[in-house]
Write a new protein. Structure first.
Length: 66
């Protein structure tokens, strides 16, 4: 299993809070959806450090599933 960086974990947390799907998160960080899913389910509730930088970056890249 490939380790995720702390930055990737932060992006996952931020996108989860913005209601992005696992597949959208995986596309954004260029990882497999299964890798993202495993990471989310290993740590419940999922909490990583969230920074405003990532929120602004995410707003410009992809739209959440609604």
């Amino acid at each position: 299993m490939t380790s995720l960086s702390s930055q990737e974990r932060t992006v996952i947390q931020t996108l989860l809070e913005l209601n992005y799907s696992v597949r959208a998160i995986a596309r954004f960080i260029k990882r497999s959806p299964s890798t993202v899913s495993i990471e989310i389910h290993q740590v419940t509730p999922y909490k990583a450090q969230v920074t405003p930088f990532y929120v602004n970056m995410v707003d410009c890249k992809i739209k959440p599933n609604t």
